[in-house]
Design a protein around this ligand. Structure first.
Ligand SMILES: [Cu+2]
Length: 388
């Protein structure tokens, strides 16, 4: 401890001495003729040209990126009806940002060069110029207003659900770290749910006594019928998550304690999307990379990677914990007929709970009750007995 204190004092002392020499240096400014601390005309000239060099650097980087990576299909065509509007909004914003930044960066660096410091040169000063201020305030105001109103219009359009429209209601249930989907069944109404009802196979906490819950079906793979509006009711069990389905241009927060909503109409089945030119290029590119990697893996005696096939995904887009990166669920868009067949033989949650309860011997069966207070009291008693 003493040696640490001595070391600490020594470090503090050396910092103090260093600072003192700096102060001494500053007091010497102006006293000698060859002082290198003050920028002279030559330094300003070098910095002026460096500003130009930086401008060339950022423009060249942009051009190289566009030429080299511009054809990479980062995200191919959207798979939902409203997706086109989102993409259009995105394109307009990106083009606008690109044009404005190209012009303003050029001006910024050019003026930094043109008005670099020179001996004897003083800056022109004027208090205000109404015309100039009007121009630089009104142009961004008008452009931003157009963008914002267009965005608001698109958003209201996307979020609007016609009450008379033929829809299918599906619940997305988020928890650390996975997803579950609950189909509302024939009545198209989801049964009530609450975390207090979570028990055994009833992992999403459905109130099994609710008449609307009798035909609810819980699954781990999301299937959607093409061409029909799907209304997602989104819940979270623990923390903030975000239901993100990039191919459908859909995202909505999952907030514990409330139900959020998003809806869209899928307009491309999984197999149709797999056959698009962009997707074929993308999949081929990924598989080429995997093949290269596989030769290396095989050489190291490890298991090679499987070839990649495209699937839609539901991802979590809020950093919600350690395994957030892996919080995903496969989404399959079927034709309406395929969808019907897929859903037909899925057991309802009520049935699944019954089956699970029938499995153990009757005597060991826990007292299933929907009254959470009694359930809690029961466990307390058990705990007290165990303590004795
Ligand atoms: Cu998450």
């Amino acid at each position: 401890m003493t040696s640490f204190l001595v070391l600490f004092i020594l470090v503090l002392l050396s910092i103090a001495i260093w600072q003192l020499t700096k102060i001494f240096d500053l007091t010497q400014i102006g006293q000698s003729s060859d002082n290198t601390q003050i920028a002279n005309d030559n330094d300003n000239k070098v910095n002026g040209y460096l500003m130009f060099a930086f401008l060339v650097f950022i423009y060249l980087t942009t051009i190289v990126c566009i030429v080299k990576y511009g054809d990479l299909p980062l995200m191919s065509g959207s798979a939902s009806v409203h997706g086109k509007d989102v993409d259009q909004l995105m394109w307009i914003s990106m083009i606008l940002i690109f044009v404005v930044q190209t012009i303003t960066q050029a001006l910024l660096h050019y003026f930094a060069f043109k008005y670099r410091g020179r001996k004897g040169q003083t800056a022109m000063y004027f208090a205000d110029n109404n015309k100039l201020e009007f121009i630089w305030s009104s142009i961004p105001a008008v452009v931003l207003a157009v963008l914002i109103f267009y965005g608001l219009y698109a958003w209201t359009d996307i979020m609007f659900v016609d009450e008379d429209e033929d829809t299918i209601v599906i619940e997305l249930y988020a928890k650390q770290f996975g997803w579950e989907a609950r189909y509302s069944g024939k009545d198209n109404v989801l049964g009530k749910a609450n975390v207090r009802y979570i028990e055994g196979v009833n992992t999403v906490g459905v109130d099994l006594a609710d008449p609307n819950a009798q035909d609810d079906i819980v699954v781990n793979e999301l299937h959607l019928p093409k061409g029909k509006r799907v209304v997602f009711k989104i819940r979270s069990q623990d923390v903030l998550h975000s239901a993100y389905m990039p191919h459908f241009r859909a995202q909505m927060n999952c907030v514990p304690g409330m139900v959020t909503q998003f809806s869209f109409i899928p307009n491309m089945t999984t197999s149709e999307m797999r056959e698009t030119e962009d997707m074929i290029t993308k999949v081929n590119r990924i598989n080429q990379i995997r093949e290269k990697k596989n030769t290396q893996l095989v050489a190291e005696g490890k298991t090679p990677l499987d070839p990649y096939t495209f699937d839609y995904l539901l991802l979590c887009n809020k950093i919600c914990g350690a395994s957030h990166y892996n919080m995903q669920m496969k989404v399959v868009v079927d034709t309406p007929e395929e969808f019907k067949t897929w859903l037909k033989d899925k057991p309802t949650l009520v049935q699944a709970v019954k089956d699970a309860n029938a499995a153990p011997a009757d005597a060991e069966k826990p007292n299933v009750t929907n009254d959470s207070t009694t359930a809690k009291a029961d466990t307390t008693v058990v705990a007290q007995v165990e303590m004795k």
